[in-house]
Design a protein around this ligand. Structure first.
Ligand code: ZN
Length: 131
């Protein structure tokens, strides 16, 4: 709670001077390595008339990640439109709603798969050295 009082972020929706308006979305933070910026993604369905079926598409925007919230990868966040804060940033994170567990599980599986592929060459080298 003390963090909220010491928030000096000028672009913070709660403590700064940025007003939010327009559309609100709930999405998952997929990347938060940038300074005070997070990439937020959420699914949407679109009806394709030719095939008479719906297709799942993804929207991906950059949103301002204020110091007092500091959303991390995998967080479920509520974002709202604001004035352009930078060249590509026109959204602000309003609150963290929780964690997207299915996203985190998928990320863990991907990392495990990466580690497996990285280990293989080392094992081959060891096997060759043993022979
Ligand atoms: Zn703040």
């Amino acid at each position: 709670m003390t963090k909220q009082i010491t928030c000096t972020d000028a672009h913070c929706a709660l403590h700064g001077s940025v007003k939010t308006h327009g559309r609100t979305f709930v999405g998952t933070v997929i990347e938060s390595k940038m300074q005070r910026t997070a990439t937020v993604e959420w699914p949407r369905t679109r009806y394709i008339h030719k095939y008479e079926r719906t297709a799942t598409e993804r929207s991906r925007v950059k949103a301002h990640n204020p110091d007092c919230l500091n959303a991390k990868k995998g967080d479920l966040v509520k974002i709202q439109e604001s004035r352009p804060l930078s060249k590509t940033k026109t959204f602000v994170i309003l609150e963290i709603l929780g964690q997207n567990r299915s996203f985190m599980a998928r990320e863990e599986l991907l990392e495990e798969a990466k580690q497996k592929t990285e280990k293989k060459p080392a094992e081959k080298i060891a096997a060759e050295a043993a022979q």
